[in-house]
Design a protein around this ligand. Structure first.
Ligand SMILES: [Zn+2]
Length: 287
């Protein structure tokens, strides 16, 4: 799933390749990808892309005083830049293509989504704040004013564990399952640590890890073509998705905890005092 660093890199890429170009066609291909009907997608056609912005994991193409095309790529969605776009209309219902945007240069992009769970969402709105997910977003962790005090404030009222809090878009915008694993590993902190138990020293460490991890990932991704971002994200991750591999910091074996629809990875030596966390699914299987 693209998270803040990848969406930021897509924003850079589209700023370079789409700003100043006219949108010729917007073609929703997958059923239900389009979440709005007023203004219609055709209102984008003939408009020039004037800016590309990011809100959390949302990407926003602005067209001057015209409508915005806002998209959330969700878990299995991606943006594929095509120069040129293939001739002929795409066939609906076949393959992962969800929506196609054609520009006046003959280039354009496809929004694609793998798998059967269709969550990729596109909104055509007069203002990005009309998108409920955008309106609900918490502060951006890379914003200049996102300092340690701000993080302490955000976590102060939380009664849950730090892993869940980091992923909550209404608390902090842009961090998902992969980067929350990375941030907690960098902060040497258990994913199950209750927010309320964090000392000022730990909040300082978490803040440092949050900013460093995301900034480094943005730097790695910046300037890469859209098609190379997925591989770059994967290669840059130290613990997420690396169950059974050695921790790059201490060499201990990276472990995982599974949930019904996701899993988290961590290093016991770096994060939990060497103790493996309980994995409910695994312990059920062993009973
Ligand atoms: Zn380690």
């Amino acid at each position: 799933m693209p998270e803040l660093p990848e969406v930021e890199a897509l924003r850079d890429f589209l700023t370079e390749n789409a700003v100043g170009r006219e949108i010729v066609r917007v073609l929703p291909v997958a059923i239900s990808v389009l979440k709005t009907y007023d203004p219609p997608v055709t209102a984008l056609e003939g408009r020039e892309v004037t800016a590309v912005r990011r809100y959390g994991k949302f990407l926003d193409l602005a067209t001057g005083d015209g409508p915005h095309l806002v998209t959330h790529l969700a878990r299995a969605g991606w943006l594929q830049w095509k120069d040129p776009l293939p001739d002929g209309p795409p066939r609906p219902g076949k393959g992962p293509l969800a929506l196609r945007v054609a520009l006046d240069t003959g280039a354009g992009f496809d929004l694609t989504e793998a798998g059967t769970q269709k969550r990729l969402a596109v909104y055509v709105v007069r203002d990005p704040s009309e998108v409920p997910g955008v309106a609900r977003l918490g502060p951006d962790p890379l914003a200049d004013d996102f300092d340690q005090g701000r993080l302490a404030e955000l976590l102060a009222g939380q009664r849950r564990q730090i892993k869940g809090a980091l992923r909550d878009q209404s608390l902090i915008a842009g961090v998902g399952n992969a980067y929350s694993d990375e941030i907690l590993h960098a902060a040497r902190m258990s994913p199950f640590k209750p927010c309320a138990s964090l000392t000022p020293e730990e909040i300082g460490r978490l803040h440092e890890a949050l900013r460093t991890t995301l900034t480094e990932a943005v730097e790695r991704s910046r300037g890469l073509a859209a098609g190379r971002l997925k591989a770059e994200k994967k290669s840059g991750l130290r613990v997420h998705g690396r169950t059974g591999e050695p921790c790059p910091v201490c060499g201990d074996t990276i472990r995982e905890v599974s949930f019904s629809d996701s899993s988290l990875q961590y290093c016991p030596t770096c994060q939990t005092g060497g103790k493996p966390l309980a994995d409910r699914r695994l312990s059920r299987l062993l009973k």
